[in-house]
Design a protein around this ligand. Structure first.
Ligand code: HEM
Length: 452
């Protein structure tokens, strides 16, 4: 049976829904649930289906028969990023996932926790009382430095971390531009932007190759618990072979692409919500000081700070950084009582679902206590998916929780970030929902002084 899907209002001949999407992307995506569980939206001439009901979202995400790949936007950047874990499909995806999973085991993250503490303490330790901090940029800087240090920790020195942490965001910016630009004409023109992107890509691949060379020529002493060492040591279960240098490089770009902007954006919104809710901030600080005192953050703290966890869960709901997740039907398959045709692009918006009033009472209110009354596990499946679900579930979820706890605890213990008076912060829909700006004043935290 073929089913007809409701088409979202505002479609124009030729342009489809492009205008509605451009005019108010966040409002448009949130309005789709009023038109059905599966809603047709034409992105230019390309017909796509938006999935709005949690049950159907869950069934799309948990596809275990390789019926869906990642879709057209990923095709576009694959030539740049290579076929790393975020792109790979079917058996190749499973093979790559198995090889990178050990880098994200709990014991590994416990080691990365030390780096998370050090980077955050160092960066936030350089703030001066009364200084205006662009919190969005500060969180990006902290995230990229944590990623660079956890990826390349033992193999390279500090200067190399800084170099990698500077190259990674430029590479990421290039990927974002190329994902959203129509066609491929723009990226072929000799524009200064394209030259900068090309230089960053070459620089990144060269820097990673140098690190790999240094790793191989070293005697094997020292702490080899960084992500790169794990990737170089990983072996294919069937063939026993390691990844090629090219493959390792692709995984590093993949992990950075998946884990940097998402986490940095979420943490910027986290401080924004705390600044708007001083009572919640005070409770967070009290809990952190009581549990951690003056000592460094460690992985186990993520389980010892229940109120911080609720706050973070709420940040990941109402400030979910990911606007849309895409898939494409590889073959015809049944969905929602009908059949989706091969080649159809499917999308869903975790941002919109997390703000659906049928699923969350008073959804725009930042209320960490809602997680006491209604724990995440009791929600309908597909309703709260900050880290996705199913076989493509975020491999960095535990890394992300640990990092968010570490940054929250280390900053809040020492600083109170206050929104500069009259500042209006707007949501900017990009690959993630970014703040347009976030200037905040760093004041010494009230109560006894805490170390970073
Ligand atoms: C708050 C931060 C983060 C959020 C909201 C987030 C969210 C997600 C989501 C929703 C997916 C699934 C995408 C899909 O279904 O297509 C995903 C996948 C992924 N994430 Fe995260 N993530 C975060 C942080 C991280 C971090 C810190 C890392 C690594 C250090 C990471 C690595 C990955 C990777 C490699 C994938 C691809 C998994 C696969 O396709 O098998 N993420 N993430």
């Amino acid at each position: 049976m073929t089913i007809t899907y409701a088409t979202a209002p505002g479609r124009l001949p030729g342009a489809g829904h492009a205008l509605s999407l451009m005019r108010d992307p966040l409002g448009f995506l949130q309005s789709l649930r009023h038109h059905g569980d599966l809603v047709r939206v034409d992105l230019g001439p390309m017909p796509s289906l938006f999935v709005t009901s949690p049950a159907l979202i869950q069934s799309v995400l948990t596809d275990r028969k390789d019926l869906l790949d990642k879709g057209r936007f990923y095709d576009k950047v694959r030539p740049l990023t290579g076929n790393g874990v975020i792109h790979a499909h079917g058996d190749e995806h499973r093979r790559q996932q198995a090889m990178i999973k050990p880098s994200f085991h709990r014991e590994q993250i416990a080691r990365y926790a030390k780096v998370m503490h050090e980077v955050t303490a160092e960066r936030s330790g350089s703030w001066r009382p009364g200084e205006c901090i662009p919190v969005d940029k500060a969180m990006r800087d902290i995230t990229f430095n944590i990623l660079a240090a956890t990826m390349f920790g033992s193999a390279v020195g500090r200067a190399a971390h800084e170099e990698l942490a500077q190259l990674l965001p430029v590479v990421l910016e290039a990927i974002m531009w190329r994902t959203v630009s129509p066609g491929d004409l723009l990226e072929k023109l000799p524009l200064p932007m394209n030259r900068r992107f090309d230089r960053a890509f070459t620089g990144l691949r060269e820097a990673i190759s140098r690190v790999m060379l240094a790793y191989r020529s070293s005697t094997g002493g020292g702490d080899r618990s960084d992500m790169l060492s794990m990737l170089l040591e990983a072996r294919d279960e069937e063939t026993g072979l390691p990844m090629t240098d090219e493959e390792v490089c692709n995984q590093i770009v993949s992990v950075t692409m998946a884990g940097s902007e998402t986490a940095a954006t979420a943490m910027a919104w986290m401080f924004y919500e705390l600044a708007r809710h001083p009572d919640i901030e005070r409770k967070v600080r009290e809990e952190v000081r009581e549990v951690m005192g003056d000592r460094d953050f460690e992985m186990a703290d993520a389980g010892r700070l229940p109120y911080c966890r609720q706050v973070l869960q709420e940040v990941m709901r109402v400030r979910q950084p990911i606007l849309v997740i895409s898939r494409r039907a590889v073959r015809d398959f049944p969905l929602g009582g009908g059949r989706v045709k091969a080649g159809t692009e499917l999308f869903y918006s975790p941002y919109a679902v997390h703000r659906d009033p049928d699923l969350f009472n008073d959804p725009l209110r930042f209320d960490p206590d809602r997680w006491l009354d209604r724990p995440a596990a009791s929600l309908p499946k597909g309703a709260y998916t900050p880290f996705g679900a199913g076989p493509r579930h975020c491999i960095g979820e535990q890394f992300a929780w640990a990092m968010m706890h570490a940054v929250l605890a280390v900053v809040v213990r020492r600083w109170q970030l206050v929104l500069s008076p009259g500042t209006k912060v707007r949501e900017m829909p990009w690959a993630t929902v970014n703040p347009n700006r976030m200037p905040m004043t760093a004041l010494p935290a009230p109560g006894r002084g805490g170390r970073a």
